[in-house]
Design a protein around this ligand. Structure first.
Ligand SMILES: *Cc1c(COP(=O)(O)O)cnc(C)c1O
Length: 469
């Protein structure tokens, strides 16, 4: 736990003249930095011995929560276990020390990995070509939409500037369409969580000539399988639009079905979610875009070289270590785990849309609303029991959304323990609601102001000193 002696900030441990590391002797003679380029006062840097530095950062790291420290059921984020062999492979010096400007003849192995990974993704998705340039899912969406825009322009069809996006979509979908200069048409969801086909028919009848594409996520962000995709694809194709598949969470589909077979023309995959790269805290990512045969010449230029290569290496290591046989089990196991938790808790948590879910599902808070305990309170109380909170207040379709995604790697024992804790919190909410409302109690800090740090950031030590003076 947090040890006061090793401080909150490394600056607080600074002692003038203390050294942790000495630079080796300079063998290159003196080099004078032009005086105009030199700072006029000394930089404020902490001065600490090596052991203090090691303890400070090790203690800080112990305050962190990760897939390696506990169950992390953060819905839509697919926080699955990242096998350590991936890291070993990505760290191989033969790959890590390559330079992007090296002569092509000397990087044949690295190029081979790109085409082998592409082949695997084509096999898993039913599409024909992939580009690995996008650095994340949202970047992939933008790349895919630019591809679609280029395709329509190439045919001289300049009127297609609208994208149909379901109201349940991930926020990046409308954002990417807007960045691409396209207008968004929102299509409603039915009470069962699926796209309202009649509403879509109306949209197509009215604006079909202007529709560039329809973006869909399947299973959608409620974790539900959209059953009318073939009809939807037919409708969109008939009016001249293309079908875009948000494959950020391809997890439940692996081995079960393929977007290409369902009628999708363009898609992105989040390698960092589906194919296991640690991505807590926002990175690193890779969002390759796949297309149907004939669309590959419309890929835009969105980044130099081969994208986030080390993430691609991790993805390929993951695919190879599962092999053709076991990659097919990823989807069914992810679906089984999610349904097991859902069925075990739906008597105490509100399940607005019942029925079989895919890799994740959404509760609308506790079933007993009389306690005043919110989804936020439940999420905070989970921290006390050593669990990362599920995704909360997303999707926006319900007031108290609590979205659970266990992933395929978790054992039945882990799921049972989590279910036990969720039931215990529901009990506490009934018998001692204030205990839950004031959680967390066992973490280094209690409830934080969610927006203060964003609205009033303190980003330098000097600033902090001024604030506290
Ligand atoms: C995570 C996610 C994205 C965005 O991916 P990033 O890599 O975070 O940009 C898009 N769509 C869905 C459904 C997602 O879950």
């Amino acid at each position: 736990m947090n040890n006061k002696l090793y401080g909150n900030l490394i600056f607080e441990l600074s002692k003038e003249g203390r050294k942790g590391y000495s630079l080796p002797k300079n063998n290159f003679g003196s080099y004078e930095i032009p005086s105009a380029m030199r700072r006029t006062e000394d930089a404020v840097l902490p001065e600490c011995d090596e052991l203090t530095v090691v303890r400070h950062y090790t203690n800080l790291s112990n305050n962190n929560f990760g897939v390696d420290t506990g169950f992390y059921p953060l819905g839509s984020c697919t926080m699955k276990y990242n096998p350590k062999i991936n890291e070993e492979v990505a760290a191989m010096p033969q790959f890590q020390n390559l330079h992007p400007k090296q002569p092509a003849a000397t990087v044949k192995g690295a190029q081979a990995l790109v085409s082998l990974l592409e082949k695997s993704l084509c096999e898993l998705t039913g599409l024909a070509h992939f580009t690995f340039k996008p650095y994340a899912g949202a970047h992939g969406e933008l790349t895919g939409l630019m591809t679609i825009d280029n395709y329509h322009r190439s045919r001289g069809d300049m009127a297609r500037k609208k994208v149909v996006v379901p109201d349940s979509a991930h926020g990046t979908n409308p954002a990417s369409a807007a960045v691409c200069g396209l207008e968004i048409i929102e299509v409603k969801s039915l009470a069962n969580g699926q796209v309202d086909f009649e509403d879509l028919q109306r949209i197509v009848a009215e604006q079909g000539q202007e529709i560039a594409a329809m973006m869909m996520t399947n299973p959608n962000t409620l974790g539900l399988f959209e059953t009318r995709i073939p009809e939807i694809a037919k409708l969109i194709h008939a009016c001249g639009g293309l079908m875009y598949y948000d494959g950020a969470n391809l997890n439940p589909m692996l081995g079960a079905c393929r977007p290409g077979d369902m009628g999708f023309d363009v898609m992105h995959i989040n390698l960092h979610k589906t194919f296991s790269t640690p991505h807590g805290g926002g990175g690193p990512g890779s969002g390759p875009v796949g297309v149907r045969e004939g669309l590959q010449q419309f890929f835009p230029f969105v980044s130099p070289y081969q994208g986030n290569y080390a993430v691609m290496m991790r993805a390929y290591a993951y695919i190879l270590s599962l092999g053709r046989e076991h990659v097919k089990e990823v989807g069914p196991l992810a679906v089984l785990n999610a349904n097991y938790i859902k069925e075990s808790l739906k008597d105490v948590y509100e399940l607005p849309i019942d029925g079989l879910c895919c890799h994740e599902f959404v509760f609308d808070g506790l079933k007993d609303k009389s306690t005043g305990v919110t989804t936020m309170d439940v999420a905070k109380r989970l921290l006390d029991y050593g669990y990362h909170a599920p995704t909360i207040y997303f999707p926006l379709l319900f007031h108290e959304s609590l979205m659970v995604e266990p992933t395929e790697n978790e054992s039945k024992e882990t799921l049972d323990e989590f279910i036990g804790v969720m039931r215990k919190i529901a009990e506490e909410a009934k018998n001692d609601p204030d205990l839950v409302k004031s959680a967390p109690h066992n973490t280094p800090i209690g409830r934080v102001d969610d927006v203060l740090a964003a609205k009033h950031p303190v980003v330098t030590y000097r600033q902090l000193q001024n604030e506290t003076m």
